[in-house]
Write a protein that binds this ligand. Structure first.
Ligand SMILES: Nc1ncnc2c1ncn2[C@@H]1O[C@H](COP(=O)(O)OP(=O)(O)OP(=O)(O)O)[C@@H](O)[C@H]1O
Ligand SMILES: [Mg+2]
Length: 308
């Protein structure tokens, strides 16, 4: 582990009884990067984050965070990181400001330093106008902003955000990501999970986890060029559902799904495009000719979490 590595995880595993939730995974997160962790429900994302943050004991393997071994020195890690847990809890009958004062107290902040930091973070996450509002009456997006501000109050070097934008509307999600990207630009390292693949495009590095194992990793661009994705083609039609029905069981179609107003179809190789066009024409469906496109992260995700 060197100064540019914030997290070094080696063969980290977690069993619950006989069930293997996280299966000996290894990864590194470089300082200042936004590292996205993607995977279907129950694939082991939260379990991994909880182990790396030192709140859940691993069954095997090691995690070093900011130069400290989490198992040996969990307190040193906790002082330097911020962790926004999935569905993190706020107290409905405390105001925005009261939440922040409570967290500031946990980190030993006092007096004018405390008030200045609270004011600065409220401002930064757009909660300044809502300081006296009870958390229970905040709209969903603002609740997430408050949870984020509580996570950031002690200016951690690294933050772990577990589904920070779940259930948040698209405009608030975008604003939330502006904050995350701004923090990373200032040097904060970010590990984040999300089910929104448009958000994953903001990450410098991604890892896709499935059944407790990392099945793909790389930058968003690298993932779109993975050989195992095959060839992705787009078909435009006024009857995308009809085309989908006609082609999805063809032996050479590895996967297909609606993508905006078009259809994305995954083939093993470009040589199958002609057969695909012929199959669509044979069903008498009106559609433009299939042409190769760069896969979306959604295409990549479907390809790697449902191995053919
Ligand atoms: N304390 C526990 N006891 C038993 N099984 C658990 C426990 N915590 C998690 N699991 C199981 O481990 C698996 C991984 O759970 P985890 O919460 O890490 O998934 P996830 O990828 O975060 O899913 P989601 O996207 O739904 O948040 C799931 O099958 C879950 O039921
Ligand atoms: Mg989770």
């Amino acid at each position: 582990m060197n100064a540019t590595t914030s997290v070094h995880v080696e063969r980290l595993g977690k069993r619950f009884g006989d069930f293997v939730a996280v299966d000996a995974i290894s990864f590194d997160i470089r300082a200042g990067e936004i590292w996205g962790f993607l995977g279907p429900n129950g694939s082991g994302k939260s379990t991994t984050i909880r182990m790396v943050c030192g709140v859940l004991e691993p069954s095997s393997g090691t995690a070093d965070v900011l130069g400290f071994d989490v198992a040996r020195d969990p307190e040193a890690v906790k002082l330097r990181i911020g962790y926004m847990s999935q569905g993190s809890t706020l107290w409905a009958d405390l105001t925005v400001q009261e939440h922040l004062r409570f967290y500031a107290g946990l980190y030993g902040m006092q007096g004018s330093e405390r008030e200045e930091r609270i004011a600065a973070w409220m401002q930064r996450v757009g909660l300044g106008e809502r300081r006296a509002q009870l958390a229970g009456s905040l709209p969903g997006g603002y609740r997430k902003r408050l949870a984020l501000a509580c996570t950031l109050l002690h200016s951690p070097q690294m933050i772990f955000l577990d589904e920070p934008t779940a259930g948040v509307d698209p405009v608030s999600r975008r604003e939330f990501w502006d904050i995350i990207v701004g923090l990373a630009d200032e040097g904060t390292t970010v590990m984040v999970t999300t089910h929104y693949l448009d958000e994953a495009e903001h990450c410098n590095q991604l890892a896709m986890i499935y059944n407790g194992k990392i099945v793909a990793r790389g930058s968003p661009e690298e993932l779109k060029h993975l050989p195992q994705i095959g060839t992705t083609v787009e078909v435009l039609s006024n009857d995308t559902v009809g085309v989908l029905d006609a082609i999805e069981h063809l032996p050479f179609v590895r996967g297909a799904g609606l993508y905006g107003s078009s259809l994305h179809i995954s083939l093993s190789d470009a040589g199958e495009i002609e057969s695909l066009n012929a199959a669509i024409a044979a069903r008498g469906l009106s559609a433009g000719a299939a042409h190769s496109v760069l896969p979306s992260l959604e295409d990549v995700f479907s390809a790697v979490v449902q191995p053919q």
